[in-house]
Ligand binder design. Sequence first.
Ligand code: PGA
Length: 248
Amino acid sequence: MLVIGNWKGYVDSERKAKQLVVAAKKLATQYKKVQVVLAPSAPYIGLLSTGNRSKLSFAAQDVSVTSGGAQTGEVSAQILAGAHVAHVIVGHSERRALGESEEEISQKVRLCLSAGLQPIICIGETVRDAEAQYLKVIRTQLSSVMTPLSPKERAQVIVAYEPVWAIGKTALEAVTPDDLTEMVLYIRKALGEFLPGKSAQKVPVLYGGSVDASNAKILLNGTGVNGFLVGRASTDSKEFSGIIKAVA
Ligand code: PGA
């Protein structure tokens, strides 16, 4: 099981960042079956990851579409790799909303893989329409990232299904377990077009969107997800530990 805490811009003090890391390290040690990952904002990553010898690992919330050099303000995949980052969230809907294109997302995924970073590719529809056009959205997002990759690279990604309409709401507004089950099957089927059967089954498929300690178990049981990408609740120690316990 994999639980990734995406701090977004919620954590803006070093003290709070360190507190959350201490708590997450304890959880990672205690619940060995759960792989715990934290995604702090860029300036905190090096500070928190240097000398980290615990089971906890770190993710970046985004990566530059460039490979560095004369690129003021950009944080390249190479820079992140040098700061002990292991994974990168790519294509989050909050980045897509700021104009990030499918081509940019695909380029970022390739840069991550070349730098030895594991991309966490976020996909998700903005609305659920009665004609099920949202399934096409998911397929297009997945195929534009997977198509240019080599078979070996395709097997290295993590997919996070994050319906935009469920992000940043309350637990009651998250996806239903039935709809999640259906979507995980659909994503696995779509992955099967890019990877041989067994490898497609091995790609971790996560869910994100208003996950907290109260709904984690319900969203895990029988839905086929391999864990969660948690936003707001990951910045509250009690909620985050509740989620880890629920999936352990
Ligand atoms: P949320 O965010 O848990 O606050 O809904 C999830 C995400 O955007 O990754």
